[in-house]
Design a protein around this ligand. Structure first.
Ligand SMILES: Cc1cc2nc3c(=O)[nH]c(=O)nc-3n(C[C@H](O)[C@H](O)[C@H](O)COP(=O)(O)O)c2cc1C
Length: 213
Protein backbone atom coordinates (compact mmCIF):
# COMPACT_ATOMS: atom_id res chain seq x y z
CA UNK A 1 0.00 0.00 0.00
CA UNK A 2 1.38 3.38 -0.99
CA UNK A 3 0.46 6.08 1.55
CA UNK A 4 2.35 8.96 -0.03
CA UNK A 5 -0.86 10.99 -0.57
CA UNK A 6 -1.90 10.67 3.06
CA UNK A 7 -0.77 14.03 4.40
CA UNK A 8 -2.10 16.79 6.60
CA UNK A 9 -1.16 20.43 6.93
CA UNK A 10 -0.79 21.67 10.54
CA UNK A 11 -2.34 25.07 11.08
CA UNK A 12 -2.73 25.68 14.81
CA UNK A 13 -0.99 28.42 16.79
CA UNK A 14 2.68 27.88 17.51
CA UNK A 15 4.64 27.60 20.73
CA UNK A 16 7.84 29.38 21.72
CA UNK A 17 10.40 29.19 24.52
CA UNK A 18 8.86 32.38 25.91
CA UNK A 19 5.23 31.29 26.00
CA UNK A 20 5.81 27.87 27.59
CA UNK A 21 5.92 27.67 31.39
CA UNK A 22 9.39 27.69 33.04
CA UNK A 23 8.52 24.39 34.71
CA UNK A 24 7.73 21.47 32.35
CA UNK A 25 5.36 19.84 34.86
CA UNK A 26 3.27 23.04 34.78
CA UNK A 27 3.38 23.03 30.98
CA UNK A 28 2.35 19.37 30.96
CA UNK A 29 -0.58 20.23 33.21
CA UNK A 30 -1.70 22.99 30.81
CA UNK A 31 -1.56 20.70 27.75
CA UNK A 32 -3.12 17.79 29.61
CA UNK A 33 -6.02 19.94 30.83
CA UNK A 34 -6.58 21.17 27.27
CA UNK A 35 -6.64 17.53 26.08
CA UNK A 36 -9.21 16.66 28.77
CA UNK A 37 -11.33 19.75 28.00
CA UNK A 38 -11.08 18.88 24.29
CA UNK A 39 -12.98 15.64 24.99
CA UNK A 40 -10.23 13.48 23.50
CA UNK A 41 -10.62 9.73 23.79
CA UNK A 42 -8.33 8.56 26.63
CA UNK A 43 -6.10 11.64 26.79
CA UNK A 44 -4.13 9.85 29.54
CA UNK A 45 -3.12 6.98 27.21
CA UNK A 46 0.65 7.10 26.78
CA UNK A 47 3.17 4.90 25.06
CA UNK A 48 5.76 3.53 27.46
CA UNK A 49 9.03 2.38 25.93
CA UNK A 50 11.48 0.17 27.76
CA UNK A 51 14.66 -1.60 26.76
CA UNK A 52 15.07 -5.31 27.42
CA UNK A 53 18.18 -7.10 28.71
CA UNK A 54 18.79 -8.06 25.04
CA UNK A 55 18.96 -4.30 24.21
CA UNK A 56 15.79 -4.58 22.14
CA UNK A 57 13.28 -1.75 22.70
CA UNK A 58 9.64 -2.47 23.43
CA UNK A 59 6.65 -0.10 23.38
CA UNK A 60 3.10 -0.42 24.67
CA UNK A 61 0.25 1.83 25.80
CA UNK A 62 -0.44 2.32 29.51
CA UNK A 63 -2.70 4.79 31.31
CA UNK A 64 -1.33 7.72 33.26
CA UNK A 65 -3.10 7.69 36.63
CA UNK A 66 -1.26 10.31 38.72
CA UNK A 67 1.03 13.18 37.86
CA UNK A 68 2.61 15.91 39.93
CA UNK A 69 6.07 17.46 40.36
CA UNK A 70 7.38 14.07 41.54
CA UNK A 71 6.58 12.32 38.28
CA UNK A 72 4.15 10.26 36.23
CA UNK A 73 2.52 7.14 37.67
CA UNK A 74 1.03 4.13 35.86
CA UNK A 75 -0.06 0.73 37.22
CA UNK A 76 0.80 -2.72 35.99
CA UNK A 77 1.80 -6.27 36.81
CA UNK A 78 5.24 -6.46 38.44
CA UNK A 79 5.98 -9.75 36.61
CA UNK A 80 5.16 -8.40 33.14
CA UNK A 81 7.62 -7.93 30.30
CA UNK A 82 7.79 -4.18 30.97
CA UNK A 83 8.48 -4.78 34.68
CA UNK A 84 11.31 -7.19 33.83
CA UNK A 85 12.77 -4.62 31.44
CA UNK A 86 12.58 -1.88 34.09
CA UNK A 87 14.23 -4.13 36.69
CA UNK A 88 17.24 -4.44 34.35
CA UNK A 89 17.18 -0.90 33.02
CA UNK A 90 15.01 1.77 34.69
CA UNK A 91 15.52 4.26 31.80
CA UNK A 92 12.19 4.60 30.03
CA UNK A 93 10.46 6.89 27.55
CA UNK A 94 6.87 8.11 27.63
CA UNK A 95 5.03 9.46 24.62
CA UNK A 96 1.69 11.19 24.26
CA UNK A 97 0.09 11.94 20.88
CA UNK A 98 -2.93 14.24 20.81
CA UNK A 99 -3.74 14.48 17.07
CA UNK A 100 -6.76 16.77 17.54
CA UNK A 101 -4.34 19.36 18.92
CA UNK A 102 -1.51 18.48 16.49
CA UNK A 103 0.69 17.83 19.51
CA UNK A 104 3.08 15.22 20.75
CA UNK A 105 4.97 15.10 24.00
CA UNK A 106 8.08 13.07 24.77
CA UNK A 107 9.41 12.41 28.24
CA UNK A 108 12.50 10.49 29.33
CA UNK A 109 13.09 9.44 32.87
CA UNK A 110 13.77 6.79 35.46
CA UNK A 111 11.02 4.39 36.54
CA UNK A 112 10.78 3.26 40.16
CA UNK A 113 8.15 1.19 41.98
CA UNK A 114 5.84 3.20 44.23
CA UNK A 115 5.02 1.96 47.73
CA UNK A 116 2.47 -0.83 48.28
CA UNK A 117 0.37 1.66 50.24
CA UNK A 118 0.20 4.07 47.30
CA UNK A 119 -0.67 1.17 45.00
CA UNK A 120 -3.38 -0.09 47.35
CA UNK A 121 -4.89 3.40 47.62
CA UNK A 122 -5.33 3.37 43.84
CA UNK A 123 -6.30 -0.34 43.60
CA UNK A 124 -9.24 0.25 45.95
CA UNK A 125 -10.66 2.86 43.55
CA UNK A 126 -10.73 0.40 40.60
CA UNK A 127 -13.98 -1.38 39.67
CA UNK A 128 -14.24 -4.77 41.41
CA UNK A 129 -13.84 -6.63 38.10
CA UNK A 130 -10.53 -4.87 37.37
CA UNK A 131 -9.30 -5.63 40.90
CA UNK A 132 -10.08 -9.32 40.33
CA UNK A 133 -8.54 -9.24 36.86
CA UNK A 134 -5.23 -8.10 38.34
CA UNK A 135 -5.20 -11.27 40.46
CA UNK A 136 -5.48 -13.76 37.63
CA UNK A 137 -3.51 -12.23 34.78
CA UNK A 138 0.07 -13.44 34.67
CA UNK A 139 0.70 -10.57 32.33
CA UNK A 140 2.96 -11.26 29.31
CA UNK A 141 3.23 -15.02 29.95
CA UNK A 142 2.06 -17.54 27.33
CA UNK A 143 -1.36 -19.06 28.13
CA UNK A 144 -3.10 -22.01 26.53
CA UNK A 145 -6.55 -20.51 26.01
CA UNK A 146 -8.98 -17.74 26.85
CA UNK A 147 -11.20 -20.38 28.47
CA UNK A 148 -8.56 -21.03 31.12
CA UNK A 149 -8.40 -17.30 31.86
CA UNK A 150 -12.17 -17.15 32.32
CA UNK A 151 -12.13 -20.23 34.56
CA UNK A 152 -9.49 -18.63 36.77
CA UNK A 153 -11.55 -15.45 36.89
CA UNK A 154 -14.57 -17.46 38.08
CA UNK A 155 -12.50 -19.06 40.85
CA UNK A 156 -11.06 -15.78 42.08
CA UNK A 157 -14.55 -14.24 42.03
CA UNK A 158 -15.68 -16.99 44.42
CA UNK A 159 -12.57 -16.65 46.58
CA UNK A 160 -13.04 -12.90 47.06
CA UNK A 161 -16.83 -12.89 46.95
CA UNK A 162 -17.17 -10.50 49.88
CA UNK A 163 -15.29 -7.58 51.39
CA UNK A 164 -12.24 -5.68 50.21
CA UNK A 165 -10.12 -7.59 47.68
CA UNK A 166 -6.47 -7.59 48.84
CA UNK A 167 -3.76 -6.04 46.69
CA UNK A 168 -1.79 -8.76 44.87
CA UNK A 169 1.89 -8.45 45.81
CA UNK A 170 2.77 -8.70 42.10
CA UNK A 171 0.72 -5.66 41.10
CA UNK A 172 1.33 -1.94 41.61
CA UNK A 173 2.56 1.33 40.24
CA UNK A 174 5.70 2.83 38.83
CA UNK A 175 6.61 6.49 39.06
CA UNK A 176 8.67 7.95 36.24
CA UNK A 177 10.85 10.82 37.35
CA UNK A 178 11.59 12.82 34.21
CA UNK A 179 14.99 14.17 33.16
CA UNK A 180 13.77 15.64 29.86
CA UNK A 181 10.58 16.70 28.09
CA UNK A 182 9.89 17.75 24.52
CA UNK A 183 6.73 19.62 23.58
CA UNK A 184 5.95 19.38 19.84
CA UNK A 185 3.40 21.47 18.02
CA UNK A 186 2.70 20.80 14.32
CA UNK A 187 3.14 23.89 12.10
CA UNK A 188 2.68 24.78 8.45
CA UNK A 189 5.20 23.58 5.83
CA UNK A 190 6.59 21.02 8.27
CA UNK A 191 8.33 23.82 10.21
CA UNK A 192 7.08 22.39 13.47
CA UNK A 193 7.76 23.94 16.87
CA UNK A 194 9.79 21.78 19.25
CA UNK A 195 10.68 23.02 22.72
CA UNK A 196 12.76 20.76 24.95
CA UNK A 197 13.38 20.95 28.69
CA UNK A 198 16.46 19.31 30.22
CA UNK A 199 17.05 18.90 33.92
CA UNK A 200 20.28 20.62 34.97
CA UNK A 201 21.59 19.24 38.28
CA UNK A 202 19.00 17.96 40.70
CA UNK A 203 17.51 21.22 41.92
CA UNK A 204 14.44 21.25 39.66
CA UNK A 205 16.36 23.59 37.34
CA UNK A 206 15.15 23.12 33.75
CA UNK A 207 16.86 24.43 30.65
CA UNK A 208 14.62 25.17 27.68
CA UNK A 209 15.78 24.94 24.06
CA UNK A 210 14.18 25.20 20.66
CA UNK A 211 14.94 22.20 18.44
CA UNK A 212 14.99 22.12 14.66
CA UNK A 213 11.93 20.36 13.24
C1 LIG B 1 -5.59 2.16 25.87
C2 LIG B 1 -4.75 1.12 26.58
C3 LIG B 1 -4.49 1.28 27.94
C4 LIG B 1 -3.71 0.35 28.63
N1 LIG B 1 -3.42 0.58 29.93
C5 LIG B 1 -2.60 -0.28 30.58
C6 LIG B 1 -2.15 0.02 31.92
O1 LIG B 1 -2.44 1.08 32.50
N2 LIG B 1 -1.35 -0.90 32.52
C7 LIG B 1 -0.95 -2.05 31.91
O2 LIG B 1 -0.23 -2.84 32.51
N3 LIG B 1 -1.34 -2.34 30.64
C8 LIG B 1 -2.13 -1.48 29.96
N4 LIG B 1 -2.50 -1.74 28.67
C9 LIG B 1 -2.02 -3.00 28.04
C10 LIG B 1 -0.57 -2.81 27.59
O3 LIG B 1 -0.52 -2.04 26.40
C11 LIG B 1 0.17 -4.14 27.36
O4 LIG B 1 -0.54 -4.95 26.47
C12 LIG B 1 0.38 -4.91 28.67
O5 LIG B 1 0.68 -4.05 29.76
C13 LIG B 1 1.51 -5.93 28.53
O6 LIG B 1 2.70 -5.27 28.20
P1 LIG B 1 4.14 -5.95 28.40
O7 LIG B 1 4.00 -7.38 27.93
O8 LIG B 1 5.06 -5.16 27.51
O9 LIG B 1 4.51 -5.85 29.84
C14 LIG B 1 -3.24 -0.82 27.94
C15 LIG B 1 -3.51 -0.96 26.58
C16 LIG B 1 -4.25 0.00 25.91
C17 LIG B 1 -4.47 -0.16 24.42
Amino acid sequence: MNLSDLRKEYTRAGISKKNLAPNPFKQFEIWFQQAVDGDLLEPNAMTLSTVGPDNIPSARVVLLKVFDNNGFVFFTNYSSKKAKDIAQNPNVALHFYWPAFERQLRINGIAKKITAKESFDYYKTRPRGSQLGAWISEQSSVISSRKLLEMQFGKIMEKFAKGQIPLPDFWGGYRIKPSSFEFWQGRENRLHDRISYNLIGDNNNWQKNRLAP
